[in-house]
Design a protein around this ligand. Structure first.
Ligand SMILES: NC(=O)c1ccc[n+]([C@@H]2O[C@H](COP(=O)([O-])OP(=O)(O)OC[C@H]3O[C@@H](n4cnc5c(N)ncnc54)[C@H](OP(=O)(O)O)[C@@H]3O)[C@@H](O)[C@H]2O)c1
Length: 237
């Protein structure tokens, strides 16, 4: 009999999160789906684990969800930090850039991911080889930056990459690793409407992400975390 595997995925209200959770369950994983808006029942799947409410922008919400996850799971083998928001894409230098809005995006995309990983670290350390998959973005790459705006999103995803690198260092002594991943341009509602210019449906992106994550060809833990795209191609930091 194969050993049970336990995962937790944030941002399972819609978009990539539920697609990844569905894909993991098809592969036999037990998955805790975290949702923002209190629609836990709608997020749950027949025979699956209970879903949890988790607002990653708030310490109390993350702590409470992590305590509930610890009561549900013997350990956490895979944490998928998927929840994220976009923010303004238009304002460029010289315009009325809304720094409060940038702080809100930063609080979710950068600090939110750290909050969740930190709160779940005791449960991750109960796994022999815990993996944290941070859904980052090509927008967080400083080396290939081309935009003249998207301040909150790009800066927060760059910071997400840095917190992932530090978390990788902290988890390595416990057999763990962190992977930063760009999931591709997906048809989700992140822009407030269905992005029909996107290349992939979330289910297709999720399939490719999981194929990459579980591929025997994926580089093993090294001194630094991987920053890769959904097909395993290395991204510039
Ligand atoms: N779509 C793309 O092309 C693309 C490209 C590169 C990277 N990404 C990344 O992929 C990830 C998934 O995005 P997506 O495209 O699936 O977008 P999405 O459809 O908007 O899904 C994002 C999810 O995160 C949740 N969320 C937002 N704020 C949250 C908070 N404070 N606490 C907990 N959950 C929160 C959302 O809940 P509500 O809907 O209820 O607010 C939703 O379930 C994000 O990290 C994003 O940056 C996306």
């Amino acid at each position: 009999m194969t050993e049970a595997k336990y995962a937790l995925v944030t941002g399972c209200d819609h978009g990539l999160g539920p697609a990844l959770a569905d894909g993991l369950e098809v592969l036999g994983w037990s998955v805790v789906r975290c949702v923002l808006d209190g629609q836990e029942k709608a997020a749950e799947r027949d025979g699956g684990l209970p879903a949890l409410r988790m607002d990653i922008s708030r310490d109390d919400s993350v702590r409470s969800a992590a305590a509930q996850a610890s009561a549900l799971l013997p350990r956490l083998d895979l944490l998928v930090n998927n929840a994220g928001i976009l923010g303004d894409m238009e304002k460029t230098l010289g315009e009325d850039i809304d720094t409060q809005e940038i702080l809100r995006v930063f609080n979710v995309n950068a600090l939110g991911t750290l909050r969740v990983t930190n709160a779940l670290t005791p449960l991750l350390k109960k796994s022999q080889a815990p993996v944290v998959l941070n859904i980052s973005s090509e927008a967080g790459s400083i080396g290939t930056c081309w935009r003249q705006g998207w301040w909150g999103y790009c800066m927060s995803k760059a910071a997400n990459n840095m917190q992932g690198a530090i978390a990788h260092n902290a988890l390595m002594p416990f057999g763990g690793r962190v992977i930063q991943m760009h999931p591709g341009h997906m048809a989700t509602y992140m822009r407030g409407h269905l992005d029909e210019t996107a290349r992939f449906l979330p289910a297709e992106a999720a399939g490719r992400i999981l194929r990459t994550l579980f591929s025997p060809d994926l580089k093993v833990a090294g001194e630094h975390p991987l920053f890769i795209d959904l097909d395993g191609k290395e991204m510039a930091w």
